[in-house]
Design a protein around this ligand. Structure first.
Ligand code: ACO
Length: 320
């Protein structure tokens, strides 16, 4: 497949909120959150927005890739929490970083948004429509939480991750995506209802809701299958993979996937303890952290996998 990740960047809000602080905000305990999810803290936006974090992550990825903004011809942002209905977050980034030659748009595949964006970028490259793309996952989920709903608000955090993808022969080896719209009632957030002179409704903002156990069952069943399918397509065994970078939803999901794949926990780096679940931002943010720690070497084989509302899922096998 003619696409390779050549640079990464990320951005988190300044304000960190640990579980002890959350105990003051909602009816929960540090012990419950840690034991059920592995999460110890998360970053919550105060001055930051989805766009501001995405722009910063994009700038850092462009710098890391050593490309000029004018070389970027495609910007895709996976997000469910853009600052504006329109223009898209991607258009705002295009303007902020002066990527004057880029076509830019957002996509909504929830926590699989980065994987879906990567697949679109690769497809653009395969058919000759792009040479250099920025693929970003960025979220401010804190504004979509009902802070009185302890079953959701303790799980999520804010942040953004970005990757520069370039048309090159060696890089992405395989990608799979899938959707089960029938599982849409596992995790949802309503937008504005129909409201106009013909239909007058009192309207108040809606918040994210979740059937946690349904999401858990979906994740532990679907993710190992998607990863194995991607490995098969790449002609690579799980044993040859250095790291599996999974969406950072819950440590128990990651442990279950590792077990099903028969791979040791050390191959599954995590940052959910510190950052919580950042939806589309989680996989690129984790990838950037590893990249900046020098843990990704040229030639390493890695797997990326995302899964979330929709239901949606995606997996990719890459040579770094
Ligand atoms: N603090 C204290 N108690 C809580 C909290 C909380 N934050 N949340 C729920 N509880 C209580 C419930 O009220 C319930 O109490 P009850 O027995 O008195 O009624 C009890 O804990 C058990 O609630 P469950 O919802 O059954 O808890 P469960 O064991 O299923 O754990 C969890 C919930 C952690 C969300 C689990 O279902 C899970 O891991 N699901 C995966 C979903 C996930 O990770 N989603 C992330 C977003 S989706 C995505 O990114 C793809």
């Amino acid at each position: 497949m003619p696409a390779r990740i050549i640079g990464t960047g990320s951005c988190l809000p300044i304000r960190k909120v640990d579980n002890k602080e959350l105990e003051k905000w909602t009816d929960t305990t540090d012990e419950w959150i840690r034991s059920r999810t592995g999460i110890e803290s998360r970053y919550i936006a105060v001055e930051e927005t989805t766009t501001s974090m995405a722009v910063e992550a994009a700038r850092r990825a462009v710098e890391n890739a050593e490309v000029r903004a004018e070389e970027i011809d495609l910007i895709i942002v996976g997000t469910v929490s853009g600052d504006m209905c329109f223009p898209s977050t991607a258009c705002q980034i295009q303007n902020a970083i002066s990527a004057v030659n880029a076509t830019a748009f957002d996509l909504n595949a929830a926590c699989a948004g980065f994987l879906f964006g990567l697949a679109i970028a690769e497809s653009y490259m395969a058919c000759g429509r792009a040479e250099t793309a920025l693929v970003i996952g960025a979220e401010t989920l804190s504004k979509m939480m009902d802070w009185n709903d302890r079953s959701t608000c303790v799980l999520f955090g804010d942040g953004a991750g970005a990757a520069v993808v370039r048309k090159e022969e060696v890089g992405i080896l395989s990608m799979v995506q899938g959707t089960d719209g029938g599982g849409g009632d596992a995790l949802w957030c309503h937008n504005r209802p129909v409201n106009n002179p013909l239909v007058k409704k009192e309207w108040k903002p809606e918040y994210a809701r979740m059937n946690g156990q349904a999401v858990f069952r979906f994740a532990v069943k679907t993710v190992p299958g998607a990863v194995m399918q991607a490995l098969d397509q790449a002609g690579i065994s799980a044993g040859q993979i250095k790291y599996f970078l999974l969406h950072q939803a819950n440590i128990r999901i990651i442990e279950a996937v590792a077990k099903k794949l028969g791979q040791p926990a050390e191959k599954f780096p995590t940052n959910l303890q510190e950052c919580g679940n950042i939806s589309a931002g989680s996989v690129p943010l984790l990838m950037d952290m590893l990249n900046r720690q020098g843990r990704l070497q040229k030639g390493d084989k890695i797997v990326l996998a995302g899964f979330g509302a929709g239901l949606t899922w995606g997996a990719a096998v890459l040579t770094w």
